[in-house]
Ligand binder design. Structure first.
Ligand SMILES: *Cc1c(COP(=O)(O)O)cnc(C)c1O
Length: 393
């Protein structure tokens, strides 16, 4: 007779109880509408201040049409990884458009930003004696890339460029940073970081997931905003899942950088290519991002409106000039209470807790998009003013 497996050898039930009693239990809710500034879940409508759909393109009719057309040509699945037979003409065209748009020699497409960052770090820091230096608040995918690379990982305090320089002592050093930090909306001091990398002969990788499409005159992102070409920032990574409203990601840079990723990036080689229809949609999104500057103008006007209102109402909002704004709750319980309070009033806001952010800096994260109206922002501000009274009477 087959022996029975022990019921719970890893004490999972206990572990889950610990997560619950620390106020860190995460629940998932099911959305029943398209993505947008208004969403529906469980029969309720919400003003959505939690998505990364910065330019309001996730449900754009033109992208829907491009996907429908491309599906009729390419079908749905991509069939295999890009090196086997999964790279379609739609992928190739998107790579060329990206290289031109970002002013880099070449670009390579990934199925997601998470996978792109794994490749960026693990492809270049390949030896145990290599050093990877990162801002403490970098996105988890960059940290995971360093774990995969088994290089030594050193982290400096958020935006502490002097701290960064002190850590750049390796023979081969890779510095990686978010451009716009996803949990507080602050912008990395990229020109200073570039100078440190030049002095210390370090390679620099910038994750522009939240800057691409949002910053820069033409939406080219943080590197356009700071005028940093590939001789200064050789590795640029960004996603199609945020301002472009689609899915997938890319890395752009000099020929050798891109070719090395193609030849040895495990998270490039060993995963299925993004569907060609989505590559076509990302290409269309790119041209909309470039041409429709009014979307960025509207977004920045809404950010100004929110920041001015928050100041007037003396809300505990973290300093940020980007669409990512943080309402500091100060504890996991307060953040969850705030998120519930907002939801009961028809506003969708997520509680961001440790370990995603440092303990005692738990917050409600607010993301503004070009799809929002002035009225929605005003209602959000009123709700936050009420919440402040509830939390700290
Ligand atoms: C969203 C995000 C990623 C991951 O991108 P996906 O395409 O969602 O996997 C990586 N880095 C940053 C800074 C992000 O915000």
């Amino acid at each position: 007779m087959l022996a029975r497996a022990p019921a719970d050898p890893f004490s999972l039930a206990k572990g889950l109880d610990r997560i619950k009693s620390a106020g860190l239990f995460r629940t998932r809710r099911t959305i029943t509408s398209a993505q947008g500034a208004r969403i529906q879940a469980d029969g309720q409508q919400y003003d959505n201040f939690s998505s990364n759909d910065y330019l309001g393109l996730a449900n754009d009719a033109r992208l829907v049409e491009v996907v429908q057309e491309a599906v009729s040509v390419y079908g749905v699945g991509s069939g295999a990884s890009q090196l086997i037979c999964g790279r379609s003409r739609a992928h190739a065209q998107l790579e060329e458009a990206l290289a031109a748009y970002t002013g880099r020699s070449r670009a390579v497409i990934f199925s997601s930003g998470y996978l792109a960052n794994l490749a960026v770090i693990s492809t270049f820091a390949t030896r145990r004696e290599d050093v990877v230096v990162m801002d403490r608040e970098n996105h988890a995918s960059l940290v995971d890339g360093a774990l995969l690379a088994r290089a030594s990982l050193r982290r400096y305090a958020h935006n502490d460029v002097a701290g960064l320089e002190g850590l750049c002592s390796g023979n081969r050093t890779l510095v990686a940073t978010d451009s716009v930090f996803s949990m507080d909306g602050s912008i990395a001091a990229l020109p200073d970081i570039v100078s440190v990398c030049a002095r210390r002969r370090a390679m620099l990788a910038v994750d522009d997931a939240h800057g691409f499409g949002v910053l820069g005159e033409n939406g080219g992102g943080a590197l356009e905003h700071f005028s940093l070409d590939q001789s200064r920032v050789p590795i640029l990574m960004a996603t199609f899942a945020k301002a472009c409203g689609v899915m997938g990601a890319f890395v752009a840079g000099p020929d050798d950088v891109i070719e090395t990723i193609i030849q040895s990036g495990r998270s490039y080689i060993y995963t299925t290519a993004m569907p060609p229809a989505l590559a076509a949609a990302a290409g269309k999104a790119l041209s909309i991002v470039m041409q429709e500057g009014w979307r960025r103008d509207k977004l920045h006007a809404l950010v100004d409106r929110f920041v001015r209102g928050a100041k007037q109402l003396e809300l505990p909002v973290l300093a940020s000039t980007t669409p990512i704004q943080g309402f500091l709750a100060g504890s996991a319980t307060a953040a969850v209470k705030g998120s519930d309070y907002a939801r009961e009033r028809g506003i969708w806001l997520n509680a961001i807790r440790a370990p995603t952010v440092p303990k005692n800096t738990e917050r409600l994260r607010i993301t503004l998009t070009a799809g929002h109206s002035d009225d929605q922002v005003d209602r959000l501000l009123e709700m936050l003013a009420q919440l402040k009274k509830q939390l700290w009477p």
